[in-house]
Design a protein around this ligand. Structure first.
Ligand code: VGL
Ligand code: ZN
Length: 211
């Protein structure tokens, strides 16, 4: 595989709740697993994130009377910010997909633990200033290039990619190693375009393979 030095593979939220059968399923979410496992073998460093919410988390519709999942009550127009309960530590849904090669992970970053603040990005919580610690880790290891994979392409992968760009990393999104929820419909295409415009490269896993 053609992977530049000082690169990291970032595996975003490949958890049971984001796969079919889970509480917040991403269509075909489980299909990313074999691709990510293969990519993980080729990288010197692999970092995974886990969405990790207490039961009283502000992003759960169940904690707002009268609200239902995918309602928008604040945040940007058209952006769903209330979700079904998901990724609660101690529940099966919070665990990584069972076929994911977690032995390849150098670091696992958990995010979204503050009951009053969501965290889509692997780098900052949704106030866009509280760090998760990932930036310090990557900087400390002189990482220059971040390859993103995982779930959901139009939520946590998207916000992670946008922050990676802002932080000055060369940012590549391995599209077939990601799946999106596309809610509302069309948002997935918009966000791919937004990432491209901001300077991310969108590629397929096969492009990393040696010919
Ligand atoms: C995610 C919605 C809520 C994600 C996490 O991992 O993309 N989406 N929490
Ligand atoms: Zn979440």
């Amino acid at each position: 595989m053609k992977i530049p030095d000082n690169s990291v593979l970032l595996v975003v939220d490949v958890q049971i709740d984001f796969c079919p059968g889970g509480n917040l399923p991403v269509p075909d979410g489980e299909k990313v697993v074999p691709i990510i496992n293969r990519l993980g073998q080729a990288f010197e460093r692999v970092v995974a994130t886990q969405d990790w919410h207490p039961r009283n988390h502000v992003s759960f519709a169940s904690n707002h009377s009268g609200a239902k999942p995918f309602d928008t009550i604040r945040g940007k127009e058209g952006e769903p910010i209330l979700w079904p309960d998901h990724c609660v530590p101690g529940t099966p849904g919070a665990e990584f997909h069972p076929d994911l090669d977690t032995l390849a992970f150098d670091l696992i970053v958990r995010k979204g633990m503050d009951p009053n603040l969501d965290s889509y990005s692997a780098f900052f919580e949704n106030d866009h200033k509280t760090p998760t610690g990932l930036h310090f880790y990557l900087e400390g290891l002189n990482v220059k290039t971040v390859y993103l994979t995982g779930l959901a392409l139009d939520v946590c992968v998207f916000y992670s990619a946008m922050d990676a760009l802002k932080l000055g990393f060369d940012t590549l999104v391995v599209e077939d190693a990601c799946r999106g929820i596309d809610t509302p419909p069309g948002s997935l295409a918009d966000r791919l375009e937004e990432m491209r415009t901001a300077g991310a490269r969108i590629l397929e896993a096969v492009e990393l393979e040696e010919h």
